[in-house]
Design a protein around this ligand. Structure first.
Ligand code: HDD
Length: 733
């Protein structure tokens, strides 16, 4: 007697031979036809369906179904009859191993993830163009700087450092600013940060630094935060990190957007001219949008309200055609300057103040296009500091030398094959000719018989051959000395520039730095860890150390004995303050309009038009996302429901309310937070007389100041101009 697994439907021989003609249950769901391409910004020339394996928007290879490719296939190209049901023995029977389509689909899914980056795991990228400003041949023979107006495609990836791939964007952290230039003589990767100095001087300390800042191994937290014992333990024991700590505690570590931050190559590099003569160079990215950050309390709330705040901001700006730009500027200097400069130019914990060596703008980067596929492009992009081009060379900075090993090594781990250079996002956009062969995932079928050079098979040139004239040549430099493991004395001053940075900040910036130290150290459970950091800070500035000790409620400890006595006479460097590069207008920033029933349509429309014409983004927020009923009885949808769009998501806010509509909205708890947060985050606020209930809900009706504008009497243009200022720091909150 046959055994059936709860199913009496033993297949008849006939059923073995024939698949049922009628579709099985459930049927393939009906789906709407593809959306029509949006006409906004770049999307206009980006049809939803592009032909299979045709170059994409940027020339990369794309595998997308074309309009003629309506049939779903396996990875082998086999058309599928059913993608809703596995192949089973009988209606309720076991799934068959024979189901190759099921196995292929699940097999591929099982292998979708690759290791995330050990640092800078969370990032966001975009394509753009670099345009050279001038012929730089007096300094470098790098082809991308050969003539004014020369354009080079680039891919940029911004990132946080400590957090995992799925962490939030507004962590207090350094931001990565990595740029891949696809030059006509090979790829140049300038892998920088938004802070010009680093925590440690020697690459050998990097794993320790990263272990200290990441989640603690015995508990698995905190995520994407430096505010914990192990980080501050390491920092306190490593006085060379002090300068960087000042930057990290500044508002630069909580940028408003990737678009509003500077970038730095950090190390001293070399420019090399056609004759082999070299000049030292430091690279700076200066945002044309200006510099802007958020305040800490805002950052904490943004992370809850919109953990993707930064990536969304970049995506939205580019989609709207508001293309962000950065000038690439250099500081160049010779050995004579290097010798007389107070610090060692090979020490990555030091800056060269702009007042001492001014910036020279040598080109502009513009981000123009978001990626088609975040994994293929942003995740698989492989930056390597060792990727340099003719005309650029390294220095002996020990941090840089170690990086040159680490990046190549890590790409093999992440991407799994030395052929990662063949991935479209990593492939050079110039001819490539070498005899590297085979390896996992080799995608090129390199032809010919000889796989070495010189050879007798590839013609008279026996090549491709190296070319002493056109090829890359390292700068000839004389090195000597005994092998040793010591840090040079010229790297020994760990505090003087930290003090210079501190003294160069505005009063508001200083206050934020002090508060950040207090916040972070308050999260340390071990008192000695706090004490050691404050003891180090006494070598930076007594007032800072006293303020932090006071904020922590602790006695001021004795100053740490410094290996080299700190100098307190370095002149202030205004360029170190964000205030000297503040945005000039509200362009590129976002106004949130809280709107209720009963508001005049013209008031709403004029405000929106004025801001949009001023280059700003405008979003509306109401009680219900379905919209509000305006005074003339028309319905207007809004972009957000009140609890989904707190004021932390906007640079300035307008409260457009009227009568019972305003009262109804004022009764919502999220409205109270919206208004009171906008005020306590020093934002410019516009309000209609009818919005009184909203001001009252936020508890600010009695505290209105000159940055709170009565939109009943103030012209929208004037309000727009007022919003151009960053924040109303003078506000008493
Ligand atoms: Fe690093 C990633 C920037 C020191 C080892 N680093 C990475 C990224 C940026 C930086 C922007 C992300 C690149 C991307 O978007 O894919 N790193 C810096 C800067 C440093 C620095 C500005 C100091 C001046 N890094 C540094 C040292 C080491 C590393 C000293 C190792 C000895 N960094 C790495 C890495 C990463 C990396 C492990 C992780 C993922 C990757 O490289 O591609 O190799």
């Amino acid at each position: 007697m046959g055994h059936h697994d709860g199913d009496a439907t033993t297949p008849t021989p006939a059923a073995h031979r024939h698949q049922p003609a009628a579709p099985s249950y459930p049927p393939a769901p009906e789906v709407p036809s593809p959306p029509t391409p949006s006409t906004a910004g770049q999307a206009a020339d980006n049809p939803v369906y592009t032909p299979r394996t045709q170059p994409g928007k940027g020339g990369e290879l794309h595998q997308q179904p074309g309009p003629d490719q309506q049939v779903l296939t396996t990875a082998q190209g086999l058309p599928l009859a059913d993608d809703q049901n596995s192949l089973t023995a009988g209606e309720r029977g076991p799934t068959l191993l024979e189901d190759f389509a099921l196995r292929e689909k699940i097999f591929h899914f099982d292998h979708e993830r690759i290791p995330e980056r050990v640092v800078h795991a969370r990032g966001y990228g975009a394509h753009g163009t670099f345009t050279a400003a001038e012929d730089l041949s007096d300094l470098t023979c790098a082809s991308l700087f050969a003539e004014a107006g020369k354009q080079t495609p680039v891919f940029v990836r911004f990132s946080t450092v400590a957090g995992n791939l799925g962490s939030f964007d507004l962590a207090r952290d350094v931001r990565g600013f990595a740029v891949k230039f696809y030059t006509d003589e090979g790829n140049w990767d300038l892998v920088g940060n938004n802070i010009p100095v680093f925590f440690v001087q020697d690459a050998v300390k990097f794993p320790d630094l990263v272990h200290a800042v990441k989640e603690e191994q015995d508990r698995g937290w905190p995520q994407a935060q430096s505010a914990h014992d192990t980080f501050w333990d390491f920092a306190g024991l490593m006085p060379e990190s002090t300068h960087m700590l000042l930057w990290q505690m500044s508002d630069r570590a909580i940028p408003r957007s990737f678009r509003f931050m500077q970038g730095f190559g950090v190390h001293t590099f070399r420019f090399v001219d056609a004759d082999g003569a070299s000049t030292y160079v430091k690279f700076h990215w200066v945002p044309r949008q200006g510099l802007q950050s958020v305040v800490w309390n805002e950052a904490v709330k943004i992370n809850g309200a919109d953990p993707d705040f930064h990536r969304k901001d970049l995506w939205q700006a580019i989609q709207n055609g508001d293309l962000p730009e950065w000038d690439l500027a250099v500081q160049t200097f010779d050995d004579e300057f290097a010798d007389r400069f107070e610090f060692d130019v090979l020490d990555a914990t030091k800056v060269i103040p702009e007042e001492q060596v001014p910036l020279r703008v040598i080109g502009t980067l513009r981000l123009e296009r978001t990626v088609d596929n975040v994994f293929s492009e942003t995740e698989q992009v492989a930056f390597c500091t060792q990727n340099i081009v003719r005309g650029i060379d390294f220095t002996n900075d020990p941090l840089l030398q170690g990086r040159n090993f680490s990046y190549l090594d890590t790409q093999l781990k992440r991407l799994g094959s030395p052929n990662f250079t063949q991935l479209p996002i990593n492939a050079p956009r110039c001819p490539v000719a070498h005899f590297q062969r085979d390896g996992h995932m080799q995608t090129g079928a390199q032809s010919g018989r000889a796989t070495y050079e010189p050879n007798s098979f590839t013609g008279a040139a026996a090549g491709p051959r190296a070319d002493a004239e056109r090829g890359y040549r390292s700068v000839a430099r004389h090195e000597s000395g005994d092998t040793r493991r010591t840090r040079p004395e010229s790297f020994a001053d760990h505090y003087s520039q930290a003090g210079q940075f501190w003294r160069s900040q505005s009063a508001t910036e200083q206050q934020h730095i002090r508060m950040a130290f207090v916040f972070e150290l308050s999260k340390c459970e071990i008192p000695q860890i706090r004490t050691r950091v404050v003891a180090n800070l006494r070598n930076v500035d007594e007032e800072l150390a006293a303020g932090v000790a006071d904020g922590l409620g602790m006695e001021l400890p004795d100053a740490t004995e410094a290996h080299q006595a700190p100098r307190h006479d370095l002149p202030e460097s205004p360029a170190l303050s964000m205030t000297t590069r503040a945005p000039e207008s509200f362009a590129g920033r976002k106004l949130g309009i809280l709107v209720t029933d009963g508001v005049e349509a013209t008031v709403l429309d004029t405000l929106r038009d004025t801001f949009e014409q001023g280059g700003a983004l405008v979003e509306t927020i109401g009680l219900k996302v379905g919209g509000v009923t305006l005074a003339d009885g028309t319905r207007r949808p809004v972009d957000h429901k009140i609890d989904g769009a707190p004021s932390v998501l906007f640079d300035a806010v307008a409260l457009l309310g009227d009568g019972t509509g305003a009262e109804e909205l004022a009764g919502h708890p999220a409205t109270r937070d919206f208004v009171s947060d906008a005020f306590s985050h020093y934002k410019v606020i516009g309000h209609l007389p009818g919005a009184r209930a909203l001001l009252e809900a936020g508890g600010i009706d009695g505290s209105l100041d000159e940055a709170c504008h009565d939109l009943g009497s103030v012209d929208p243009q004037e309000f727009l101009a007022a919003c151009g200022a960053l924040r109303h720091w003078a506000r008493d909150v």
